[in-house]
Design a protein around this ligand. Structure first.
Ligand SMILES: CC(C)(COP(=O)(O)OP(=O)(O)OC[C@H]1O[C@@H](n2cnc3c(N)ncnc32)[C@H](O)[C@@H]1OP(=O)(O)O)[C@@H](O)C(=O)NCCC(=O)NCCS
Length: 173
């Protein structure tokens, strides 16, 4: 599994990433649109230990996003595998990200979900007041398929991602 892009790459989370992940999720700039996280490193380590069992079983995959020089700059996770669709989330990039880390990591997650796992569609939710991220997904070709008080629910097709990748190729290659 080669998850390398022009300026960033992704690798599976390890227990020693606990401090890094906790700092990201507890940062008020990044964590406010995510589900809440217990502020304890030992609980985070325990969460990762349990996650590694899911990883072995092929139930979910949690990635660290790194710059090509090895500096960690974010996280992203795929989970909730359905018949033809995978969900992704826990997507955060911090101040160490590269300019197009968001686009590159989104395309890497789609490569993983569509090419490695073999799904034809992806689904995810975004909080309604997270306008910037909503705009990101809409530009990428995602469609709103539902909503509730707090969230918009999106799906995106493999073909829509391929189309966006062509359009954005000058930025990401
Ligand atoms: C979600 C998150 C990872 C996105 O990363 P980001 O760097 O903010 O993403 P951006 O939308 O700024 O995109 C990065 C660059 O790609 C550009 N871009 C994004 N999509 C594009 C598109 N379809 N076409 C052209 N350019 C595009 C942006 O304009 C930006 O470039 P700029 O700096 O020149 O303006 C980050 O905002 C974050 O960590 N947020 C907090 C946590 C969060 O909300 N997670 C999502 C929960 S659903």
């Amino acid at each position: 599994m080669n998850l390398d892009a022009k300026t960033i790459r992704m690798r599976l989370v390890e227990e020693d990433d606990a401090e890094f992940i906790l700092a990201l999720r507890l940062d008020e700039n990044y964590g406010k649109y995510l589900s809440s996280t217990d502020a304890s490193v030992s609980k985070q380590r325990e969460w990762i230990r349990r996650y590694k069992q899911d990883e072995q079983a092929g139930i979910q995959y949690y990635f660290i996003i790194e710059r090509q020089d090895g500096v960690r700059c974010g996280t992203v996770r795929v989970y909730d595998f359905r018949e033809n669709s995978f969900c992704w989330g826990s997507w955060i990039l911090n101040q160490d990200k590269t300019r197009y880390a968001a686009i590159e990591s989104a395309f890497l997650i789609y490569r993983f979900g569509f090419e490695v796992l073999g799904f034809a569609q992806s689904h995810f939710e975004v909080m309604k007041d997270n306008q910037r991220v909503i705009a990101f997904h809409e530009k990428m070709g995602a469609e709103v398929v539902g909503e509730d008080e707090h969230n918009l629910y999106f799906t995106i097709q493999k073909a829509a991602v391929a189309e966006s990748k062509k359009k954005l190729s000058s930025k990401i290659q």
